[in-house]
Design a binder for this molecule. Sequence first.
Ligand code: PLP
Length: 387
Amino acid sequence: MAAHVYLDWNATAPLRPEARAAMGAAADTVGNPSSVHAAGRAARHLVETARVQVAALVGADPRDVIFTSGGTEANVLALDPAIESEKGPAGRLLVSAIEHPSVRAGGRFLPHAREEIPATASGVVDLAALERRLAALAGEGIRPLVSVMLANNETGVIQPVSEVSRRVHASGGLVHVDAVQGCGRIQTDFKELGVDLLTVSSHKLGGPTGVGALVKRADVRLTPLITGGGQERNQRAGTENVPGIAGFGAAAEAARTNLSTEAPRMAALREELEAGIRRIAPDAVIFGADCDRLPNTTLFSVPGMKAETAVIAFDLEGIAVSSGAACSSGKVTPSHVLAAMGVPEALARGAIRVSLGYASTEQDISAFLAAWAKLAGALYRERGIAA
Ligand code: PLP
């Protein structure tokens, strides 16, 4: 049965109506934004309007927004050892152990110049461990670039980014934040976070897939990943994806203006969801529950559950959720995030992520809980426990 209850917003969010309208209008606009004639200027206007909208979402200057093909490209562009700023290039990349694979892969830093900073059992970057590495690198005269996400895509746990920035800057380093999951779900302000670089992705906000942005401090220059024409102030060549960028801008604007109503609504639904999960399965573990989390994300497991089986069981009930485990080329490996938190592998293998969005409803939660009651009942029977 095709899923009709969509609870996998951290994977991708449905397109917002505002984004669909902006994309439709942009698709009908003929013109290359680099052309000087009226048609070109019309296309340029769409791109620049979107730049202002994306900048407003993160409290940045529009001139510091570089459009990319998504969060992954923005992350790889940011992780540049040849980064130029008033501070000079970076000799070492420090990333937290819970980062998205596009950050963990290290961008353009060679393997010997990369290090991982551990996370605590709650899923928060370990500030004491970071502090120790910063002190050691300062002693060796090595300038670090530190990349820490705003909120984790699996657990939703919000990271102490301003605290990281303060400490890294005090030691002469630079900071990148992957704000792909946090942006649009919690207040995100480039200057308040105190970072040098920030990644945002359109499709997590209700914009189209395949478009994102890297926001940077004005004095920061990066080596482009894609060279050619001088688009995006020589930081990213190629004719701009005008409909995608216009849709991204419209989604960013909607996410910004609706945040104060969408976030508490999601939080209330999430509370109902978690209370229900626990009522049905009292031994359910909700990861990161003792921390500040995004209002929309729940990652949970029950001893004995197998995530891949559970995801299929939910799908058969018409409910789209995801497993906390990474599945690539048919092989399921337990989540690196839960491994970094020290969660036993048997429990991590059962992790299910339920992620909500602005259009989620009470009915979605009820449908999920009804399916969960069935699934948990079967699980308890297997374990010889009455549900
Ligand atoms: N960073 C985080 C935290 C993510 O969750 C994702 C997508 O899942 C990305 C980066 C990659 O973004 P994109 O899909 O736009 O390449």
